[in-house]
Design a binder for this molecule. Structure first.
Ligand SMILES: *Cc1c(COP(=O)(O)O)cnc(C)c1O
Length: 228
């Protein structure tokens, strides 16, 4: 069991390195965020034994439980799922980073709670790059105003953008989502948002394409931990 988790982690790291080489990029330009959502705390403990410190999780309830179970390991929780505003208090207390900041009301709620906790965290703005109605994310047209407003909140450091590509067998459609996020980032940097260096894009099924399109961080669950 522990052997197979190690093998899957090694294999994903190798595929990331190979995708970097194909794209003519340095391998240290792409970070791996293991996504442990739905897997029990013992599995995270095993991953921590293999050197994993940051864990991608989708739900505050699960983070709360796992943080209690794994308190001795001081894991870093990265929130990648839709956050209800009424859970901002827990998030402000427990997470090191939010990659799913998708609306102003959430930014305000987090700022209020982080101020109370006397904490500052990194955030990525989740942008909707696919037409699927079920996907969360900010409308790309709203990005300039949104970044302007969030830059006035002292508790949130915006470091980049995050997206989920369309769930489609059409590789070109998937790549178009990644390309769109990269272009948006470049446009925002040109407008003076020079701190937007990170692009969190790519999951188990599409991370190699994402790396070829400029991803700086891939969020990988099932290829490491198994099917959910
Ligand atoms: C679950 C999830 C992932 C990981 O998905 P896999 O296909 O298991 O790699 C990545 N990003 C987000 C936002 C997720 O919710």
């Amino acid at each position: 069991m522990s052997d197979s988790l190690k093998n899957r982690l090694d294999s994903v790291r190798r595929r990331i390195d190979e995708a970097c080489r194909r794209a003519g990029r340095a391998t240290d330009e792409v970070t791996l965020l293991p996504v442990s959502k739905t897997f029990p705390s013992e599995v995270l403990r095993e991953a921590a034994g293999l050197g994993v410190r940051r864990f991608g999780e989708s739900r505050m309830q699960e983070i709360r439980q796992k943080d209690a179970d794994l308190a001795d390991l001081h894991p870093q929780w990265v929130l990648i799922g839709h956050l209800q505003t009424n859970k901002a208090k827990d998030a402000a207390r427990l997470v090191t980073e939010v990659q799913s900041l998708d609306r102003w009301s959430l930014a305000e709620a987090l700022d209020t709670r982080l101020t109370a906790e006397n904490r500052v965290i990194d955030v990525l703005v989740q942008v909707k790059t696919s037409p699927e109605p079920s996907k969360f994310g900010l409308d790309p047209d709203d990005l300039p105003d949104f970044l302007q407003r969030v830059s006035e909140l002292s508790t949130l450091r915006v470091k980049g953008l995050m997206t989920m590509a369309v769930n489609s067998p059409d590789e070109e459609a998937v790549r178009a989502c990644f390309r769109r996020l990269r272009m948006l980032r470049d446009q925002m940097v040109a407008r003076g948002h020079t701190h937007l260096s990170r692009l969190s894009m790519g999951m188990s099924g599409d991370f190699e394409q994402a790396i070829e399109e400029g991803s700086t961080e891939v969020r990988i669950g099932s290829a490491i931990f198994g099917a959910r």
